[in-house]
Design a protein around this ligand. Structure first.
Ligand code: NAD
Ligand code: DAU
Length: 351
């Protein structure tokens, strides 16, 4: 059967890489990108695939249940890969309800629509929910999150993602909806919105602005190149088993301050600046409330079952990422000025 996959949040950072991979790799599938185009959604991320015959874009909010039904009907959706979410921890601290609406209620709307639409025969369908390692809470100096680690979310963002994961599992158990959840560590790469650590600091180094390091800078994250996350999603979508969860990670832990120093060194070299110049921009600032100390994913399940592993080292991925930002200064300018939000109208008019 030729699949008709609804990918939500496809105009965002990770979603755009997933869309590109699927549109190019699976010409027989129809890929429907559903996105509300919030501040984080940018169709400029997808310029290279927007004219492909197997790609459709629909501007819609997952809070609009009746519109979701129309879209399922119109495109005869066979599968869902659900990435649409409010994704930034700092925003969740300022405005938790936005995260409750989109991440929890929006996910339940999608689950209800898939359940209703596939209820005659669940066979051959999949609802694949993309989640985060943050649902597992915070680690001490040692240990890893596995698929069986108890949930212990500590920010409004991770609490909303944990809740959505629970609903997805509940729909599998209660209604036999074929679902998969994957929990991934921190992504980095091209098209990352410059509110998150790496793209914000690339932008600030370029502009010679301060680099605001939270607290003591000794917080640890496990970084994965976004294209490797997209490859893992492709693998799990095609080979994963309904009812299972899978952890995805980079086997690549960095303390924030070490990462920032590496970024400064790479950028000084690429920009022809004096060695050590950008490090002078590092400024320690007030810590994020409830800041999780350390995340580290044990991704051995997908490695053993499917042979998936990251394809690039952190140094390679980071260098490619910086090169992308240096080449795409217009993208960065449009994002920081808000101009990218006019792209939809020029491209799609009133549709
Ligand atoms: P992002 O913020 O870059 O993109 C989110 C996208 O969702 C945007 O295009 C936005 O317009 C869309 N969206 C938001 N609310 C919507 C709504 N109500 N209806 C329809 N569309 C809506 O996020 P990202 O970093 O690409 O993350 C994608 C997913 O992956 C999220 O579910 C996130 O929790 C998860 N995740 C992210 C990371 C990471 O490091 N970025 C790691 C693990 C998991
Ligand atoms: O672990 C997966 C998660 O990674 C995803 O689920 C989230 O959607 C994604 O935003 C990311 O969350 P983090 O909070 O880890 O990412 P962020 O880039 O916001 O911060 C990374 C680390 O850097 C964290 O320890 C906070 C710190 N930081 C961040 C910013 C923006 C700073 O020190 N200064 C900053 O200005």
């Amino acid at each position: 059967m030729s699949k008709k996959i609804l990918i939500t949040g496809g105009a965002g950072f990770i979603g755009s890489h997933v869309i590109r991979l699927f549109v190019n790799k699976y010409p027989d599938y129809t890929i429907v990108n559903l996105d509300a185009l919030t501040y984080a959604g940018n169709l400029e991320n997808l310029k290279d695939v927007e004219e492909k015959s197997n790609y459709r874009f629909v501007k819609a909010n997952i809070l609009d249940a009746s519109l979701l039904e129309q879209i399922f009907n119109e495109y005869q959706i066979t599968d869902v890969i659900h990435l649409a979410a409010e994704s930034h921890v700092d925003r969740s601290i300022l405005s938790p309800l936005d995260f409750v609406y989109t991440n929890i209620i929006g996910t339940v709307n999608l689950l209800n629509t898939a359940k209703k639409f596939w209820s005659g025969n669940m066979e051959g369908h999949l609802f694949y929910h993309i989640s985060t390692d943050e649902v597992f809470g915070s680690l001490g100096d040692t240990g890893f999150f596995t698929e069986t680690t108890a949930y212990d979310p500590r920010s409004p963002y991770s609490a909303s993602k944990a809740s959505s994961d629970h609903f997805v599992r509940a729909y599998h158990e209660t209604y036999h909806l074929p679902t998969i959840v994957s929990n991934c560590s921190n992504n980095y790469g091209p098209n990352h919105f410059p509110e998150k650590l790496i793209p914000l600091f690339i932008h600030n180094i370029l502009e010679k602005k301060p680099l605001p390091v939270y607290g003591d800078g000794l917080y640890t994250r496990d970084w994965l190149y976004v294209k490797d996350h997209a490859r893992a999603i492709d693998t799990i979508f095609h080979q994963g088993k309904a009812g299972e969860t899978y952890n995805i990670g980079g086997f690549n832990e960095w303390k924030n301050i070490d990462l920032v120093k590496l970024l400064c060194a790479l950028m000084d070299e690429k920009l022809g600046r004096v060695k050590g110049e950008s490090e002078q921009l590092i400024t320690y600032v007030k810590d994020r409330p409830g800041h999780d100390r350390r995340y580290a994913i044990d991704a051995s399940k997908i490695n053993k079952q499917f042979g998936w592993e990251p394809s690039v080292t952190f140094e390679e991925g980071l260098s490619e990422t910086i090169d992308w930002y240096l080449k795409n200064t217009e993208w960065l300018q449009h994002v920081t000025s808000g101009a990218y939000q006019h792209y939809y109208e020029s491209m799609y008019g009133n549709r």
